[in-house]
Design a protein around this ligand. Sequence first.
Ligand SMILES: N[C@@H](CCC(=O)N[C@@H](CS)C(=O)NCC(=O)O)C(=O)O
Length: 274
Amino acid sequence: MLKLISENRAFDGVQRVYSHRSEACDCDMTFGLYLPAEAAFGPVPLLTYLSGLTCTHANVMEKSGAQRWAAEEGIAVLFPDTSPRGEGVPDDEAYDLGQGAGFYVNAQNAPWSSHFKMWDYITKDLHGALAELPVDLERQSITGHSMGGHGALTLAMHMPERYRAVSAFAPIANPTQSDWGTKQLGAYLPQTEWANHDASLLMADRGFAGPVLIDQGTEDQFLDLLRPESLAHAMTARRQAGEFRMQKGYDHSYYFVSTFMADHIAFHAEALHG
Ligand SMILES: N[C@@H](CCC(=O)N[C@@H](CS)C(=O)NCC(=O)O)C(=O)O
């Protein structure tokens, strides 16, 4: 059951925030949902945006300007949180492990395995919760930033029947070869599972049948950790159809994300309305 936390009118639609109980994460979770005006008349297509390290559902909702473009295209945008939270949920002193850093996996190692099941949260609990809202679950696609770009790419490549298109802003592209990856995958999962959560390895192995769009800033302060070159190489080696754009001068921040948000929403709208 969903609990409505807030509702604000935006671009003729509504920006809502809900909380609900997640069985997978064994705690209450919060998410944002933007519904365009069209949702008053029937289910609209749904784009999920997964956020990066340290974020809650709120960063992208407040800083990316996504609502304007979603309203123009008549699509809903879902903004999930990045981890389980609350008392009793394990955490780490570092910003990039534990709460705010769920990495979109189902943790198998203690102490994380008790709550950190973000893969199941997104694909099962949240999916189920959306059934009572005016979104068309047969028309979905996915995007994300940084850790969320990693989540978007890995989810899309594992579930192409659910997601028609995938895009990413500065994704963590090759986590098995990066400190943004080995640290978290190592904490959460046995090493035999890592390759299932590495976008470059999945791209080389299986690719994605639908459209793909990646944007990466050339002045991103985390380039060495993100390893975009591994994903670009995997895409070209596989002859994956898609666009990989190196955007001159942009860093890792929401100034970068908001600059290209219109492009990404138009890209998804084309796949979702088609
Ligand atoms: N706090 C970290 C960086 C974390 C970071 O840049 N997070 C990105 C996603 S990976 C973000 O979106 N932060 C929240 C924001 O800008 O609103 C550091 O100082 O090294």
